[in-house]
Design a binder for this molecule. Structure first.
Ligand SMILES: CC(C)(COP(=O)(O)OP(=O)(O)OC[C@H]1O[C@@H](n2cnc3c(N)ncnc32)[C@H](O)[C@@H]1OP(=O)(O)O)[C@@H](O)C(=O)NCCC(=O)NCCS
Length: 387
């Protein structure tokens, strides 16, 4: 539609934009989310100048292969009900992709309410958010020597979180917006504890006691050693006279679940987040690769939304780092044919190249697929907090 325009919003337009987004999204975990994101991060789609919908973009880092990749975290996407079905969301997203790329972001990440809306723009399901729940009576563990102490600061939390994030895939470089969301509350108290061995902090927990039901909701938790996992189990087991269950968001390979005697953890929910490549060359150069893999592969890339990504890109990997150059014809025997939807879950290590070939979104010879499996092998990507 020619009269749809995409632009920044002024401070005086913030309340209107947020009310449209809040109505559209129905609810968010934090009622003040849009205000915290701030009007400067919002964009609007307008019809003849009138605001029809909004979108917010947060400049963030996301860890892949031990390195931080610059991502545009997209949130608060909504269109007023009376303005739907005329391409408002589609126009808004196309413009947002271009803006994020122009601002130097390599990829974009979001939690979709609808996969279809974003797939049509080249996003694909590329990692998980998992919520586990376990009965406290199953969290048996002997008391070990580690100390549990109330956290008097958040700094050691940030350090331990970042250390784990670097070892895995998908975790966010949280920045103050997300850390504030996790460490502060306008309502029920948040309890924060460090788990220490004689030298250092080896784990932390940050939780709230549920108002309804005898339940503890963990907001954030890291356990970096087996002893720390046992101490955390014991800490919660010591609540067994008044609390029945505990829930937390954790990795696909969860150390707390693993430390339990029996398989009594339930997977309460599993939702995929989506990624879209904005700049194929930056994306491939910013992530890290498995040490010891020295290889080359060509990407024959087809992008309907971002024409600058089109063409053949030669990736050379050496000592865990990738370097990329654009070529006119494949310069190796290994050629992977794909578009943004095939690229994203391969890039994040969510699916292997073998999986993606079966799913029909990448193509290449058996040898090339096997090579891509090795290059992008890594821990399953996950995020523990929704934005
Ligand atoms: C989803 C929403 C943003 C779509 O807005 P819109 O302006 O009507 O969408 P468009 O007309 O630009 O359509 C864009 C694409 O999404 C599809 N789409 C639109 N609404 C959809 C819905 N509710 N479910 C699934 N797909 C939908 C369209 O068919 C189109 O896909 P196509 O190009 O493959 O045909 C709007 O309905 C809304 O605000 N919904 C509530 C909030 C929400 O779900 N936000 C998005 C997720 S965070």
């Amino acid at each position: 539609m020619s009269n749809l325009t995409y632009s920044k919003i002024s401070e005086s337009e913030a309340e209107l934009t947020w009310s449209i987004v809040e109505q559209a999204l129905h609810r968010h975990g934090d009622p003040n989310w849009n205000r915290k994101v701030g009007y400067k991060n919002f964009r609007a789609i307008r019809s003849d100048g009138n605001i029809l919908g909004g979108i917010a973009i947060i400049d963030m880092g996301q860890w892949f292969g031990g390195r931080k990749v610059r991502t545009g975290a997209v949130t608060s996407v909504g269109v007023a009900p009376e303005g739907r079905g005329i391409g408002a969301a589609s126009t808004m997203l196309s413009n947002a992709l271009k803006e994020m790329r122009d601002n130097g972001m390599a990829i974009s990440t979001l939690f979709p309410s609808s996969v279809r809306v974003y797939r049509s723009k080249g996003y694909e399901r590329s990692g998980v958010m998992l919520t586990y729940e376990a009965p406290i009576k199953e969290m048996r563990a002997a008391l070990n020597k580690l100390k549990v102490e109330q956290a008097s600061n958040d700094e050691e939390m940030v350090l331990l979180f970042n250390e784990r994030a670097q070892q895995g895939n998908g975790n966010l470089d949280r920045g103050s917006l997300l850390w504030d969301l996790i460490t502060t509350s306008d309502g029920r108290p948040i309890y924060k504890y460090y788990i220490r061995d004689e030298n250092q902090v080896v784990g932390y927990i940050n939780y709230q006691q549920s108002r309804s039901g005898d339940h503890i909701r963990i907001r954030d938790m890291v356990s970096s050693t087996q002893q720390s996992s046992e101490r955390i189990l014991r800490f919660f087991a010591d609540h067994r006279t008044v609390i029945d269950t505990i829930s937390w968001n954790g990795p696909p390979t969860d150390p707390i679940d693993f430390a339990m005697e029996e398989q009594e953890t339930n997977l309460k929910s599993s939702t995929d987040w989506m990624v879209r490549v904005l700049n194929i060359s930056d994306a491939l150069e910013q992530r890290g690769y498995p040490a010891g893999v020295n290889a080359s592969v060509d990407f024959e890339f087809n992008d309907n939304e971002i024409p600058e990504n089109n063409g053949i890109w030669h990736l050379n990997i050496n000592e865990g780092r990738g370097s990329v150059k654009k070529v006119t014809s494949p310069s190796s025997k290994q050629v992977l044919k794909l578009g943004p939807r095939g690229f994203a879950p391969l890039y994040t290590s969510h699916y292997s190249a073998t999986d993606l070939k079966i799913m029909g979104i990448i193509d290449g010879s058996a040898e090339t697929i096997a090579l891509a499996n090795t290059i992008f092998a890594g821990p399953k990507p996950w995020i523990g907090e929704q934005f």
